[in-house]
Design a binder for this molecule. Structure first.
Ligand SMILES: [Zn+2]
Length: 360
């Protein structure tokens, strides 16, 4: 079997391949994110050439790759700290995930450090207890942040309004398809964009903004933020904000941590960045491609007054989401909901109850 360390450095995706003894098969190659398909094709080619197949190894900062590789039917494993650590920007060197040579070598020397990722489990598979503990530790702080307007989980009860949010894009095909649906229904949504994707597809970011939707921040590489030190976290925040601002002229004010992953330190640093952290109360595992019927059912039965709905426009093939959204909108609008821009759910100084309501 061969092992491919797959990761990112700055604006590029990178890969290095070793054989079962750890000897290099392919030295590091870099791909701009826009050429993600080429990376996947190369991995499939190595899989075909390797005796016993190919295992891909990513780290917990490389969520931008995770679903795409899983959906390509590649064997994907995740390695976490302390075995693999992201690199903060240092002396002019760009930030990145753990070195891909190190990820590939770990598969040979420390196979127990590898967590297999499947099509049906989320990217944090195998870390449930740890994630739950980190989230539980956030509860007292979250009450304070909510009161201060730095954290939103849902809008006010009794408003008959819901907000739609789409994560992990922009995607060159699925995001424009969703924009057409939203325009047809004359509603606005929020797109939490991954910085690397925004950099690769700026014209899609422009389309989102031009259609009047809100662009939020979903980190640079779709990292599990509690695994990052403060310097790496700042890099993720600043680089993404700068990329979005370069395209739209406006820096994002809303941030959603990938996987909803947070601990008290992460929440404090997000709040200190001046952005409002946005969670959600309704979701469907559309990233696992359960079928449009399931996505429609999950969202429609889950919604209540003030709900914030999480779906995905990127990170893989989201055709099922694109198929589900018109049916979701028909149902919600038919039930008397208005689809509100998310910023109506963000308490801010000066907003009053008399603020005009959107038509839907
Ligand atoms: Zn995400």
């Amino acid at each position: 079997m061969w092992f491919a360390g797959v990761g990112w450095v700055g604006t590029d995706l990178v890969v290095a391949v070793v054989d079962a003894s750890g000897a290099p098969v392919s030295a590091r190659r870099a791909y701009p994110v826009a050429l993600l398909d080429d990376l996947v094709a190369d991995l499939a080619r190595w899989r075909g050439a390797a005796p016993g197949g190919l295992a891909c190894v990513i780290d917990s900062t490389a969520g931008v790759l995770e679903r795409v590789l899983v959906e390509a039917d590649l064997a994907v494993h995740r390695v976490d700290p302390p075995h693999a650590r992201a690199r903060a920007p240092h002396h002019g060197c760009p930030a990145g995930g753990a070195p891909v040579e190190q990820l590939a070598a770990l598969a040979v020397t420390s196979p127990a450090a590898l967590q297999r990722l499947t099509a049906l489990e989320g990217g944090l598979a195998g870390r449930d207890a740890e994630v739950e503990q980190a989230e539980a530790a956030c509860v007292p702080l979250e009450d304070d942040l909510r009161a201060a307007g730095s954290l939103v989980v849902r809008g006010p009860a009794g408003s008959r309004e819901v907000a739609l949010t789409f994560d992990d894009g922009p995607h060159p095909e699925h995001t424009p398809a969703l924009l057409r649906v939203l325009r047809r229904f004359d509603v606005h949504a929020t797109f939490f964009c991954v910085g690397m994707q925004a950099q690769a597809h700026p014209h899609v970011v422009e389309q989102i903004a031009a259609a009047g939707h809100t662009i939020g921040h979903h980190t640079w590489s779709h990292a599990y933020l509690p695994d990052l030190d403060s310097l790496s976290l700042s890099y993720q925040l600043e680089r993404t904000s700068a990329t979005i601002e370069n395209v739209t002229g406006t820096a994002p004010t809303l941030v959603r941590p990938p996987y909803g992953g947070r601990d008290p330190r992460v929440l404090r640093e997000l709040a200190a960045s001046g952005m409002t952290t946005v969670m959600w109360d309704v979701e469907s595992p559309d990233w696992a491609r359960p079928g449009a019927d399931v996505i429609v059912r999950d969202v429609v039965t889950g919604c209540a007054d003030g709900s914030v709905v999480l779906l995905h426009d990127g990170g893989g093939d989201r055709a099922q989401t694109v198929e589900a959204v018109p049916r979701i909108l028909e149902s919600l609008l038919g039930d008397g909901y208005r689809v509100a821009p998310l910023d109506r759910f963000v308490p801010s100084a000066g907003r009053t109850a008399a603020a005009p309501r959107p038509s839907r």
